[in-house]
Structure formats: structure tokens, C-alpha cells
Design a protein. Structure first.
Lengths: 267, 288
């Protein structure tokens, strides 16, 4: 208790807005600390030139990157790859998940495959994908789709099994056909596992796609990152990483919004 | 006091109300394969319900009431005997039979009005028509003003009224209820019973109620069928000769008390048997 008291005591001297929004204040504090530390490290000269570039040079590089028209071509390529990979991987994961979750037989027969292949690093398939789909966006889409497929399929299969059985009986008692059962009962009843699967899927899809881009490609943000690394343009590399952070956060927020997690009330 | 003992329940329609039964259940036998051998859940149960009648099936836990409910509702297959609605043999869920389940069964992702419009959506009614009809049933169960609310925002009693309105919206000839108030507290249960009485009288809704609650059965029913414990057979069918329209106030009347006592008399024997059976099974370490 005393420890906690000592930790919170300075709050008494803090401005009133900090006391009213302690979470925001703490968040701002950690960001300022990290940025200050970064800048001190950059100016200290302890590390080799530009490994930790100054905030100003990163900012300048970010501005240059964002005002370069070719950057947007690469950005579009990456968006296109991720988008298509999510659609392909997500839909196939959904279909397989419903199939496996809907039948004991299918579950016993196939779920072990998903469990053992799921955590397997997908990058080992990359050479195969290059041979199948070429060095262009095709192989990146394939990598993203394979990565996204597993978490979606496993989450949907689990979600299928956890659907309240009485809701299925309600549907049957009103004589809903199979399509109506899937679209009006199974899918909405599984909205949380589906969204969770898509979220996890999005994470590994970004990894799969960008990793593939950094390995072998001539377009995309991953390609730009590895290019600026080989040219040792550190400020530009960091600016691209910032862009990637923003993309990941934005995509995550979008999936949450599309799933209606903000509007649909939970029980 | 008109108490008619009908050992098998067949042809149990009193002469005074001789009309064509709308629901006829004849010689239902249902057996389940269990690790301990074959269990006969329902054994030769027959009953018939007249149009507009409120018929209850009462019995101790494990008498096969819910099995009977699922068979009549068409959700359970593989039984002997027959279920007929207005003379027509029924197999599988039938549009004339509307089911209300014991469990919480509203769709949490649908608002009250969308829950109630669900069966109409399944049936393919145009949007305006289904919302018009759904609104009518919202009002009928007294949930006006809650149309846009979600089940999570309602009380248990209100949610069960949503389920009831949803089933009624499909306009079934027979409303089949499986302990719809089991999860509610006693006061809510009595008040909801009033609501059911009022709706039933308003719509002249033929109703078959499955319950283990004697007060509830006597409060609502025209006739009560008492079932035996495992295998579930018809023990007796009791006519409830209480005036209609009724409200929950009837529970304090003397006649009400006599019916409750009489049915408890029948039921006690069965419930005791059930309890001993359950205990001896638990002693052997087998799941009940």
C-alpha cells in the first residue's frame, strides 16, 4: 500500500488535467521519455553514424518519402497484396472453419493438420510460391493468404463449436434452410471469433507479405525498407517503419470497425 | 371439482368440449442408447389438445418432458408413434407449431424488433410487412418503446417476452412452451404468467406448456397431464375448472389450493422415485 502511495503521491502536484486524465498523461510521458532517450542517443555519438538518426532527420526523411510519387506506387502494391491476401486467406479460412467446426467427423479428421501447420513458419513456403506465382505480387499474396488462413480457420472452427445450441434449435424450429442458418445464425453468432481470427490473421498476413517483399521483390514497402537498408539510408528506413506502424494500426482499427464491435452490444 | 382420471390419456376429450382436436399425439415411445443400456425416456404417451385450449404437461425432472417437447416440435427424430396437427402427420419442424425454449434464446446481435421479425424474415415476407407485424407483437407482449434495444439491455423476464413474441409472430396454430419461466424468479414468473394468460385469451392461442411447476400449471391450464418418472408415462389428466379470464390473483383461492394439493399428491410419488433413483446412481458414481 505504502509503495503505491509513494508512486501516486506526485500526482497531487500535477496540473489538474493530468489528475483528470491519468491514462493520457502516462501515455504522453512514456512517448516523451522514449523520444528524448532516442534523441540523446543520436547526439551522443556512441553509436556508428546514423544507426540512431536524429528525430529531425527522420522527420525530414518522412516528409521526403511522403512527397515522392514513386512511394505511392510501392504503397499501392503493398496494399493490393495485403488486401487480396486477406480476402483469399480470410474467405478460405472461414469456409474451412465452418466445415471443421460444424462436424465432429471433420474435426477429428482435419483439425490436427491445422494445429500442427498453423504455428509452422510460413516463410519456408516462399521459394515454392516464387516458383508457382513468380517474383511479382503473386507470390507475396500467396504468402499473406497462407499466413492469414490458419488463425481464421482455427478461430472460426472454435467459434462454431461454441455457438449457443438453443439458437440453432430456434433457427431449425422456424425452418430456416442451410443458407439462412449460416448467414443469419452461424455467422452473426460467431462475429467475435471471426473478428478475432481476422485480427490475428491480419497480423501474420502483414508479416508474411512484408517478409516476402524484403526477401525477393522489386516493388512494395518491404522492398523500399530493404533498399534503404542496403543503401544505408537509415533516416529513410525509419520513416518507412513509421509508415508501416501506421498501416498496421489503421488496418486493425478498420477490422474492428467493420466487425461492428463498437456498435453491437455484447451479452 | 371435475377430476377425470385417464390412465392412458387416449380419447380424453370431455363430452362438454367435444371438438376436433388440433394437436394429436399418439402412442409416442422414445428410447435412447446409453452406456448403461437402453433408456426409455417416453413410454406410450398420448394426448390431444383442443383448439384454444391451454394444456400443460407436468412431471418430475427426468420424466421425458423435454424429449416430448422436442418430438412434438419436430426437433427430435427416431421415435414410435405419431404427431398430427389438424389430422396431418407431422415430421420435422412444422409451421403450425411454434416453440418457446427454456434457455435464453433471443439473438444477442439483433434488436428486439429484429428478433421478433426473425421468423418472418426466414419465411421471406417483404420488409415493411414483417416490421408491421413485428410491431404488433412487440405491443402485445408489452415491450413498446424497447424496439431498438438489444437483449443485453433487457431483464430476463423481458427477454423471455421477446422470445414469446418472436414465436407468436410466426402465427402458429399451437404454441409449444418448454418451461419458459424456469430461469426467472417467482414474482416475475407469476407476473409473466398473467401476461401469458392475457395473450392466450386475446389470441385464443392453443398452447401446450411443459413444466415442473405446479402453481404455474394450475394458474394457466385448462387441463394438466401428470407424467410418471422414468419411463415417462401418462399418470393422470386433470381438468382445471377455474373461471376465465384469470389472473395471478387466483393463486390465493381455495379451489386453486385444492388442485395444487391434488396434483402434488400425484407428483410427490414420482418425484420421490426420481430422487431416490438419482441418489443411488450418484452413489454408484455414474453420471445422472
Amino acid at each position: 500500500m505504502a509503495e503505491t502511495g509513494r508512486l501516486t503521491a506526485p500526482a497531487a502536484y500535477a496540473p489538474s488535467w493530468m489528475r483528470e486524465h491519468p491514462v493520457t498523461a502516462l501515455r504522453i510521458a512514456i512517448i516523451i521519455t522514449v523520444l528524448t532517450g532516442w534523441e540523446l542517443l543520436a547526439r551522443s555519438g556512441w553509436l556508428y553514424r546514423d544507426v540512431v538518426p536524429s528525430l529531425l532527420s527522420i522527420g525530414r526523411a518522412l516528409y521526403e518519402t511522403l512527397s515522392d510519387p514513386t512511394f505511392y506506387l510501392h504503397l499501392t502494391t503493398t496494399f493490393y497484396e495485403i488486401g487480396l491476401a486477406m480476402v483469399i486467406g480470410g474467405l478460405s479460412g472461414l469456409a474451412v472453419g465452418i466445415l471443421i467446426g460444424g462436424s465432429k467427423l471433420m474435426q477429428h479428421a482435419y483439425e490436427p493438420f491445422l494445429y500442427y501447420l498453423g504455428p509452422c513458419p510460413k516463410i519456408i513456403f516462399f521459394p515454392v510460391m516464387i516458383m508457382w506465382f513468380g517474383v511479382g505480387p503473386g507470390s507475396k499474396i500467396a504468402m499473406g493468404a497462407i499466413s492469414c488462413f490458419f488463425p481464421v480457420a482455427l478461430n472460426v472452427a472454435g467459434g462454431m463449436r461454441e455457438i449457443d445450441k438453443v439458437l440453432i434449435r430456434v433457427g431449425r424450429s422456424f425452418r430456416a434452410n442451410t443458407w439462412q442458418m449460416v448467414t443469419k445464425i452461424y455467422m452473426p453468432a460467431m462475429r467475435h471469433p471471426i473478428i478475432n481470427g481476422m485480427r490475428l490473421g491480419l497480423g501474420v498476413c502483414l508479416i508474411g507479405t512484408l517478409l516476402a517483399e524484403t526477401k525477393l521483390s522489386n516493388r512494395g514497402i518491404g522492398f523500399l525498407v530493404i533498399q534503404s537498408y542496403t543503401l544505408f539510408n537509415m533516416p529513410q528506413m525509419y520513416s518507412l517503419l513509421i509508415v508501416l506502424f501506421v498501416i498496421a494500426i489503421g488496418a486493425n482499427a478498420l477490422i474492428g470497425r467493420l466487425g461492428g464491435l463498437d456498435t453491437i452490444r455484447r451479452t | 371439482m371435475a377430476v377425470v382420471a385417464m390412465p392412458t390419456g387416449r380419447d380424453s376429450v370431455p363430452a362438454a368440449r367435444a371438438a376436433e382436436p388440433i394437436l394429436t399425439v399418439d402412442g409416442i415411445v422414445k428410447r435412447f442408447e446409453t452406456p448403461d443400456g437402453v433408456l426409455t425416456a417416453v413410454d406410450d404417451v398420448s394426448l390431444s389438445v383442443l383448439p384454444g385450449e391451454f394444456f400443460s404437461v407436468i412431471g418430475p425432472s427426468g420424466c421425458g418432458k423435454s424429449t416430448l417437447f422436442n418430438i412434438i416440435g419436430g426437433l427430435l427424430d427416431g421415435y414410435d408413434g405419431s404427431v398430427r396437427v389438424a389430422g396431418e402427420l407431422v415430421h420435422g419442424p412444422h409451421p403450425s407449431i411454434g416453440m418457446i425454449f427454456q434457455e435464453e434464446s433471443t439473438f444477442p446481435w439483433r434488436s428486439v424488433i429484429d428478433n421478433i421479425a426473425f421468423p418472418l424474415e426466414i419465411a421471406g415476407l417483404p420488409k415493411t410487412e414483417r416490421y408491421d407485424r413485428a410491431r404488433h407483437f412487440v405491443a402485445l407482449v408489452g415491450l413498446d418503446g424497447f424496439e431498438r434495444r438489444f437483449p443485453a439491455e433487457l431483464s430476463g423476464g423481458m427477454r423471455q417476452r421477446v422470445s414469446m413474441a418472436r414465436t407468436l409472430a410466426a402465427q402458429p396454430k399451437i404454441m409449444l412452451m418448454d418451461e419458459p419461466f424456469a430461469a426467472l424468479d417467482e414474482q416475475t414468473r407469476l407476473l409473466l404468467g398473467d401476461k401469458v394468460l392475457q395473450i392466450q385469451q386475446e389470441l385464443k392461442q392453443t398452447t401446450l406448456l411443459i413444466t415442473h411447476n405446479i402453481t404455474e400449471a394450475v394458474q394457466l391450464s385448462d387441463r394438466i397431464m401428470v407424467m410418471t418418472y422414468r419411463p415417462g408415462k401418462v399418470k393422470r389428466i386433470v381438468d382445471i375448472d377455474l373461471p376465465r379470464p384469470r389472473t395471478s390473483e387466483i393463486v390465493s383461492s381455495e379451489a386453486f389450493g385444492r388442485y395444487v394439493a391434488q396434483i402434488w399428491n400425484d407428483l410427490r410419488e414420482e418425484a420421490t422415485r426420481g430422487m431416490h433413483d438419482d441418489e443411488s446412481r450418484k452413489r454408484r458414481g455414474a453420471p445422472s
